[in-house]
Design a protein around this ligand. Sequence first.
Ligand code: GDP
Ligand code: MG
Length: 180
Amino acid sequence: MVESDLMFKICLFGDGGVGKTTLIGRYLTGVFKSNQTITIGVDFHVKKLEIEGKKVSLQIWDFAGESRFRFLLPSYVVGASGGIFMYDITRFSSLKNFPDWIEIFKKGFIGAQDKQLPVIMAGSKLDLNYKRAVSSKEAFDMAKANNLYGYIECSAKDGRNVEDIFYEITKLMMHRADII
Ligand code: GDP
Ligand code: MG
């Protein structure tokens, strides 16, 4: 019998310009690519990884934060097992919209909603710490208030915590599916 990989769909969400497309690019290729072209509609990538001896395929969905593409959101999140909400630590307004994003995510999410959601909050552009406009505590409190598991700050530029974000969200989804 052929053992097939476990497949999980994860959605990145958050305002335009926070660094979603750049984070995915860094994760997949290991390099920081500035001037990512604006994401048109939706796009997805597949990454294979192994956690605790289990092979996993991650389907990573990237959504353009622009309002003219918002009509695509409900279909974008359908079937998601997990999410990464990203805000920019140098831009407070990017955290403020979090409740709207989480509502959209919940509509497409396939698991029970009474438990904690397998969503990680990620503060981007940690290399721009000197321009920080959101304290770690503010973000952490919002993550907790919305029943999220995790909170991580990262930089797609210097690579800090990029792998960790995807590793953690994958572990969360595997736990939730009783695989590990
Ligand atoms: P998206 O709209 O959320 O997909 O954002 P993009 O990935 O297109 O990134 C928006 C801008 O932020 C681009 O100019 C990126 O080069 C920049 N950017 C993304 N990640 C980082 C980071 O970790 N550090 C810095 N300094 N800039 C970043
Ligand atoms: Mg983008």
